[in-house]
Design a protein around this ligand. Sequence first.
Ligand code: IMP
Length: 213
Amino acid sequence: MTGRLVVASANAHKAAELQDLLVSLGIGLDVVARPADLAVPAEDAPDFIGNARIKAAAVAAATGEWALADDSGLEVDALDGAPGVRSARFAGDEASDADNVALLLDRLVGLGAVTAAERRARFRCCIVVQSPPDADGSVIELVADGTVEGHIAGAPRGNGGFGYDPVFVPDDPVGDASAPGRTFAEMSGIEKASISHRGRALRAIAPQLARLP
Ligand code: IMP
């Protein structure tokens, strides 16, 4: 596939990150962020793929170009998969990352979940790419998922990343083997991307993009 791909996020950083990844895989797409004045509908689907699809479809229809959207969140087994699609708003609509992390830690303490096994969790990311609708309204759609398994630390550690990064300890070994058990917030961005849900989903969608005519 050649041409342009509009990322449903208005965040230019996300578009640049995707462009870099595609270039490293030999895919010469011009990746641009969603125009700032283009509103996307509410993300009210019950799952990550539904929310990613809402965003990709809205941007593809409005711009007439291929669009890519991702949706992601944290699932904690002891909380029956919460916060899930509500990850950004776990502690309320105006909640900060620190509010959400504090509520998560409180809930786990309240349940007496202490060991790593009792605090199992994973990040999931779903990416949807959609073509603009053709004359009869049909679209071509690509989907990819990425997951990273881990557990929730007892207290926040590290200054990197965002969201729940300071309390998420991935199972996968990464970087310095003598420093196991680091949270995502204690890793470099490159280390995190090598095992993260989003990195994995992006690496899974890239070959599908390369196969498009
Ligand atoms: P979104 O899919 O980018 O809207 O992410 C939804 C929410 O999930 C974020 O606001 C974070 O709370 C959480 N989240 C998603 N990905 C990550 C991550 O890589 N690190 C930490 N938190 C994340």
